[in-house]
Design a protein around this ligand. Sequence first.
Ligand code: ADP
Ligand code: ADP
Length: 235
Amino acid sequence: MLALNRVAVTYGNGTQALKPTSLKLAQGQFVVLLGRSGAGKSTLIRTLNGLVAPTSGSIIADGVGSLDGERALRVHRRRTGMIFQQHQLIGRLSALDNVMTGRLGYHSSFRTLFPLPRSDRQLGLECLARVGLLDKALVRADQLSGGQQQRVGIARALVQQPRLILADEPVASLDPETAVEVLSQLRHICTTDGITAVISLHQIDLARRFGDRVIAMRDGSVVADASVDELTDQM
Ligand code: ADP
Ligand code: ADP
């Protein structure tokens, strides 16, 4: 559903964060990016969403084509849910209102989003229910635990009805048990809905446990790309 053709990224200060990389992601695949801090995982994830423009190479998305035009990018981003390490929720808004910000790409501005169209609100409640937080819909985000906040982050991605979910270190701020719960839930939802997911992690045990495919990165390059069975043999 997504193909990278020799995509490279060099930042303004000269750092070559991503060396020419070619990859194909299949629809419904749960892909883990594994690597230490500085390996280029965030850069690759942000490139997949057009938040960072490739310095060279191209990205082709199914149904959209090459992501080099504004229009193509807008369509692609609308259907791409992002999940962040620090969840990036608005603390004083309710869980539901945070989820609803995921609909922004479908509306021209906040003014048309609040008050919420009823159908959107229903969808938002369904997404909260899927992460087990329907009873927290009206609770302020800053009153929720870290794990609950990240599940609101997942619901906010789901409300976009995404084809692709990109998650940059989504469990790095959680304790190990909560991390496993959140990843299990995310994986279950992506598998059920056929959503392609690219998730960066730095723990190999979690990568093995949850990835259909593990792409290991070091110094801006892909150094291993394998299904989990192959990886277990190699490492
Ligand atoms: P990560 O959790 O991916 O390791 P970092 O702490 O490296 O994140 O980076 C946090 C933010 O700072 C990111 O938005 C990243 O783009 C930016 N950043 C990281 N390294 C540099 C750098 N050398 N120069 C400028 N910005 C940077
Ligand atoms: P990871 O997510 O694996 O920690 P990053 O993609 O954040 O890796 O970083 C890859 C390299 O690019 C690092 O050397 C980092 O310092 C650098 N980098 C990241 N963001 C920026 C930025 N905005 N400007 C300059 N350098 C950056």
